[in-house]
Write a protein that binds this ligand. Structure first.
Ligand SMILES: *Cc1c(COP(=O)(O)O)cnc(C)c1O
Length: 408
């Protein structure tokens, strides 16, 4: 017997049919106009932010890292819930600037920012999280040309690495951030160049489900920031401690326990206040805020049996949902939580694989899972699909239509 997926409670089931945004999935498919589609539930996002704020000490600012889900309607909704937005491209920056969020609370990270991206950020008043000394020099030149003082943070590549993070984004040699040991010299240069120094951005990894690993990263992040602040040209106004909170995707994974993370931050904040008296502490999250609020829905075109194994051939697949296919950073392929949305319990159940229309064996949404017995016309739902879904998928591959996105 295989281990189960963590229980999902964000969506109701009525008459054996999944409800998203208070609407049965079958009706939602008509509302979407066609399958496949992604549906995002704004109430689930609102509830998630409220729950998180309840667990974090008061005074911590929450930013939405919009690369998790850049759909403009999602970003507009998140803008009403959070204190700032983190962007990682010129395109994301423009979407964030279309929201009511103060541009001074939009921060722009990521290597390889073009001069056009930098000019847009400086002209708008957004904060640039600098990834290198070379980028700093270009920022200073553009600021001088525009007659504006760029607001900058130093993204630090920490001198520690996290033991258990899904995706490591700091420590060791990295394309992200400035190695911690080079930061003091850079801080002196920020002062000489007359840039508007805002503070530090320290991001160590993504998709972490272990509270003790996150607490350890927070301890080290605060200690590193306090050390680096000694060389800052002016007071640290912002300390962005990254995010990295994970959600359960695969069988056997347990939900992140926020209580120890919140308790540890409550313990650290008074120390931060003493070492960095002017600093606003910011936590930036993408996946954790929106990942569980979205589903991907695809329709069965044909039920096919090959040498005793059942294949549900659907109109959607890896071209819309690369992560669920197992090809977005997973080492060993595992199944996302998947169900037949219009037969949640179903009468008869069977073991089936869900595949897409692409001519590659990689196009697999569920590998031999126990599902309600389904046939052509039924709706397959992939849960935990609100983050790194459509925008992280090779939509042009094989020329099938893209997926619709709806916000409820
Ligand atoms: C991707 C990214 C995030 C968001 O990570 P999640 O795992 O989605 O929370 C936050 N900050 C930076 C700098 C990123 O690149």
């Amino acid at each position: 017997m295989s281990r189960p997926h963590a229980p999902l409670t964000q969506f109701a089931v009525v008459d054996d049919c999944l409800q998203i945004g208070g609407m049965p999935l079958t009706r939602l498919a008509e509302r979407a106009g066609r399958t496949p589609f992604y549906a995002y539930d704004r109430a689930a996002m609102t509830a998630r932010v409220a729950e998180l704020r309840g667990r974090l000490p008061a005074g911590i600012h929450l930013h939405y890292a919009m690369k998790a889900n850049p759909m403009p309607a999602v970003v507009q909704h998140m803008a009403t819930l959070v204190d700032g937005i983190d962007v990682a491209s010129g395109g994301e920056l423009r979407t964030a600037l279309d929201t009511p969020v103060d541009p001074g609370r939009v921060s722009f990270a990521g290597p390889g920012k073009s001069d056009a991206d930098l000019s847009c950020a400086i002209a708008s008043g957004a904060v640039l999280n600098m990834e290198s000394e070379g980028e700093m020099a270009r920022i200073a030149a553009i600021g001088a040309r525009l007659g504006l003082q760029p607001k900058v943070m130093v993204r630090v590549n920490p001198d520690f690495e996290l033991k258990s993070s899904g995706m490591k984004m700091g420590g060791g040699p990295k394309q992200f951030g400035v190695d911690a040991e080079r930061v003091p010299a850079m801080l002196a240069e920020i002062g000489r160049l007359g840039l508007g120094f805002e503070g530090f951005h320290i991001f160590w990894g993504s998709q972490n489900l272990k509270a003790e690993a996150i607490c350890e990263a927070h301890d080290k992040t605060f200690a590193l920031a306090a050390r680096l602040a000694a060389d800052a040209p002016s007071p640290v106004l912002t300390l962005n401690i990254g995010g990295g909170f994970g959600i359960p995707y695969f069988p056997g994974e347990q939900r992140l326990d926020l209580a120890p993370v919140g308790d540890n931050l409550a313990r650290l904040l008074p120390h931060a206040k003493a070492a960095l008296p002017d600093a606003q502490v910011v936590i930036e999250l993408g996946r954790y805020l929106v990942g569980e609020a979205g589903v991907y829905v695809t329709r069965v075109i044909e039920r096919k049996v090959s040498r005793g194994q059942v294949f549900l051939v659907t109109d959607g697949g890896l071209h819309h949902h690369l992560s669920a296919s197992g090809n977005f950073g997973q080492v060993i392929r595992k199944n996302y939580p998947v169900a037949i949305g219009n037969r949640m319990a179903g009468g008869e159940r069977e073991t089936a694989s869900v595949v897409g229309p692409l001519c590659t064996p990689l196009d697999l949404l569920a590998d031999q899972m126990e599902l309600a017995k389904a046939d052509a016309g039924d709706l397959v739902v992939v849960f935990q699909s609100g983050a790194y879904g459509l925008s992280a998928s090779p939509v042009a591959f094989l020329g099938h239509p893209s997926a619709i996105e709806i916000m409820l």
